[in-house]
Design a protein around this ligand. Sequence first.
Ligand code: NAP
Length: 310
Amino acid sequence: MSEEKTKYDIIIIGAGPAGYTAGIYCSRARHNTLLISGILPGGQLMNTTDVENYPGFDQGIMGPDLMLTMRKQTERMGTKIIDDEVVSVDFKNNPLTISTASSTFEANSVIVCTGANPRKIGLDGEQTFAGKGVSYCATCDGAFFKNQELIVVGGGDSAMEEATFLTKFASTVHIVHRRDEFRASKIMQERALSNEKIKVHFNCTVEDIQGDQKFQKVILKNVKNNEKITLEAGGLFVAIGHEPNSKILEGQIELDENGYVALKNNTETSIPGVFCAGDVHDHRYRQAVTAAGFGCMAAIDADKYLAGHK
Ligand code: NAP
């Protein structure tokens, strides 16, 4: 059996639109490229239903289908993909090193595309009942809750999208939001608010998440009058934003105060040869199409860097 290659020109960490696009460009530039995908390849679009705003699909495309197509395209271009999780990196020495639980890989350049993860409310019951009625992914779990009442927490586009999607299964969907107006774009709000299965609870915070073997109810507090409200439901979907996946980068490259990767010129991180693309840096646009474009930019930057460091 031949020994697995561990030294690459470029290693990409992460398999969302940024990572896959970077892979396509790196391989087309004839660099030996490894993409380490993480244990749940495909990133956040794996949790999305219809993607209507990715150019090239006039009828829209399902998120997981888009990601599978990107993966196949990336592999066809020659990028090797490993479905493993990076546990540590060493960017302080050359070559740059990246380790999974079982292997260590070396590279002359690295592109970090680790994305972001759903933010948690931070209550004990949230963890206790995670996977037992508490979910962060309507697409993954919505179908388990046919004809039940469901709760969605959040006031952004994600909350609107999840709530609207869940009305396919639920009898009623309660949106719980801590303020008196949504952050979501007007079109997403209108879509949700015009759905007669959706009820909105403004000015309410989630104080407790309770259940027995599985999730049963939330205790809400109306922040205007301090009234406590008990809302029983079959499931609770938390859709309150994201946290960057940058833990493995701490102490290795510069991060901003919220843990997002800080960049200087375009996609350059604080370490020469290490580039970054997608939601682990970008908390402003956060779109599949911007992440893909960003992945392309990082690959071109890595290519130019390698040309200058032969
Ligand atoms: P977001 O825009 O950051 O919204 C997060 C929401 O959760 C806000 O309403 C926020 O309340 C609330 N929230 C935050 N922390 C909370 C906490 N601890 N407890 C209770 N509520 C909390 O996040 P997002 O909705 O995930 O969207 C992220 C980005 O992706 C946005 O740019 C969005 O446009 C984009 N996106 C687009 C689509 C689409 O176009 N199809 C779909 C999904 C997401 P406050 O408003 O009070 O801060």
